[in-house]
Design a protein around this ligand. Structure first.
Ligand code: AVI
Length: 322
């Protein structure tokens, strides 16, 4: 007789990942509880992790060009609305709203699962734009924005920070296609992607000497202990990263130092780890600029412009719904 189904999504996904044949896995979306989000925020300040600063620099430098490209000159009054998937506190978006405000009243829909982040976002960007915070998953939120729009409005969607790099390669195109399905021809998507760079630079970015990324990764086990009544001994796991040239991605793992058994009561699971066995927790894909063009075409967009940072290879690509 098989065990009754688990009614807790987290428990179900943890059980599926830790019982699969071959490589054990855990879904990276669960890295971001309150502790994980605070640790990720700390990562963005690390000297070795240039991604977030590069993202912000390119946006700052080209926000005006972006708005010139997407705000249709034939629409009177100009009628562009913006929505951001996974806005967090919306810090990087400030420059875009400032440029937009020079032309028209700015309307901004930040979409995020974190109520705290949305509150902060509304507070900080409220003086610049009419902000409609939406606490929802990316596509649910975007569908709702699409439903609320009125004829004649152009929608600019922001998906920044190279979060697309955390999707499996095929899933990334599926996700872009799903975004396209929410849009009308002429709407646009600004997509931030981290670019391929020397391996040593990437390894340092994801395995920093201060151990912040290690803490971010290990917190996933701590979260399972807290939320699923488990007994992972965090000192018996270590953070390891490797770079796959072929797949163009950093692969982040947690490696068991010893042979050990872990109980995860809410998932009704007992897991056996061999010495050095790993749990794969996150993939961070890196892109070549021309690959963005291929992904855009495969998902119903055309690449209209691309801006790259001079210091840390990172691209902001403007995709227009074909
Ligand atoms: C959120 N995401 C784009 C980060 C990245 O670089 O892929 C997550 C991260 N993982 C470890 N460091 C940062």
């Amino acid at each position: 007789m098989s065990a009754p189904a688990l009614d807790n999504d987290f428990a179900r996904e943890v059980r599926a990942g830790l019982t699969r044949a071959g490589q054990k896995t855990l879904p990276c979306s669960y890295l971001y509880d309150d502790v994980g989000s605070a640790l990720f925020e700390a990562i963005t300040y690390l000297p070795e992790y240039g991604l977030t600063r590069a993202d912000a620099r390119v946006i700052q430098a080209h926000a005006g060009d972006l708005i010139d490209s997407v705000a249709r000159s034939d629409s009177l009054p100009p009628n562009l609305i913006t929505a951001e998937l996974g806005s967090g506190s919306g810090a990087k978006t400030r420059a875009i709203l400032e440029s937009l405000r020079e032309r028209q009243a700015a309307v901004y829909y930040p979409i995020d699962l974190s109520a705290t982040a949305l509150e902060k976002c509304a507070q900080e960007l409220g003086p610049l734009a009419t902000v409609f915070p939406m606490r929802a998953a990316y596509l649910d939120g975007l569908r709702e924005v699409a439903e609320r729009r009125v004829p004649g409005q152009t929608l600019l969607v922001l998906f920044l920070g190279s979060t697309i790099g955390n999707f499996e390669a095929d899933r990334a195109v599926d996700f872009l296609y799903a975004i396209r399905q929410c849009l009308e021809a002429g709407d646009a998507l600004l997509l931030g992607t981290d670019l391929v760079k020397p391996v040593e630079q990437l390894l340092a970015a994801y395995d920093d000497p201060t151990g912040v990324t290690a803490a971010f990764n290990l917190n996933l086990l701590a979260r399972i202990n807290r939320e699923l009544d488990a007994d992972f001994d965090l000192r018996q796991f270590e953070h390891v990263v490797q770079y796959s040239q072929e797949a163009q991605r950093i692969e982040m793992h947690l490696r068991s130092r010893i042979r050990q058994i872990v109980r995860i009561r809410t998932a009704r699971l007992v897991v056996d780890f061999a010495p050095h066995e790993t749990i794969w927790t996150e993939a961070c894909h890196k892109f070549r600029p021309e690959q963005i063009c291929v992904m855009a075409r495969a998902s119903g967009f055309r690449l209209s412009a691309q801006w790259v940072d001079d210091e840390w290879p990172f691209a902001e690509s403007l995709l227009v719904a074909a």
